[in-house]
Design a protein around this ligand. Structure first.
Ligand SMILES: [Zn+2]
Length: 194
């Protein structure tokens, strides 16, 4: 599920629709969390679909080793950037890796997500790779990786509007986030006691 302070927005003729923040979201904010309403399909299930559905699905689903995922809300319109403001882990969640301003488009580096498609990119970033595809993850995203690590150290310190999904276990990515949340809360308690 996408953060409630995000909305679908037309991003231009080249890109089509995208998702924008409707309020400032500080680094460390969980912007999207996979939940039980998201659909998961195996590659076999995808291949069994009529071409019409398959093509439509490929435009909005993303693939990981375990299959294809389709986000049920506007999160499916999140666009790629070679200089993204969000990053995640194993397609389970997305965290803001830098401060995102209200009105700014939410973006991911699709290569970081492990997408197994390749496409020509016109994201406009000064670091745009031109061609985005599988196999780029290890060599090209050290900056994203570094920002991601810093952001993960803050997830327990910033307001998390998706927290209700975390506490009920509805967010499938909860187990991956639990250690980061616990770590930062312990640190906050230590600082509070000092
Ligand atoms: Zn690009």
């Amino acid at each position: 599920m996408m953060h409630p302070a995000t909305a679908l927005s037309f991003a231009g003729a080249d890109v089509g629709f995208g998702v924008v923040a409707t309020q400032d979201l500080p680094a460390g904010t969980i912007v999207w969390l996979r939940d039980r309403l998201d659909q998961q399909l195996s590659t076999q299930e995808l291949k069994a679909l009529p071409l019409l559905q398959r093509d439509a699905l490929r435009a909005h689903a993303w693939s990981e080793g375990r299959g294809w995922y389709l986000t049920w809300d506007h999160g499916r319109y999140t666009n790629h950037s070679c200089a993204p403001n969000c990053a995640g882990l194993d397609g389970e969640f997305d965290v803001a890796i830098r401060d995102i301003k209200a009105g700014e488009q939410i973006t991911d580096d699709y290569a970081f997500l492990g997408m197994n498609i390749a496409f020509d990119c016109r994201c406009g970033a000064t670091t745009c790779r031109g061609r985005v595809g599988k196999g780029q993850v290890v060599p090209i995203v050290p900056q994203t990786e570094a920002l991601y690590r810093k952001a993960m150290a803050r997830v327990g310190e910033v307001e998390q509007a998706l927290a209700p999904l975390l506490s009920t276990g509805d967010g499938v990515g909860f187990d991956l986030l639990r250690p980061a949340l616990a770590r930062t809360r312990r640190r906050a308690r230590r600082q509070g006691a000092a």
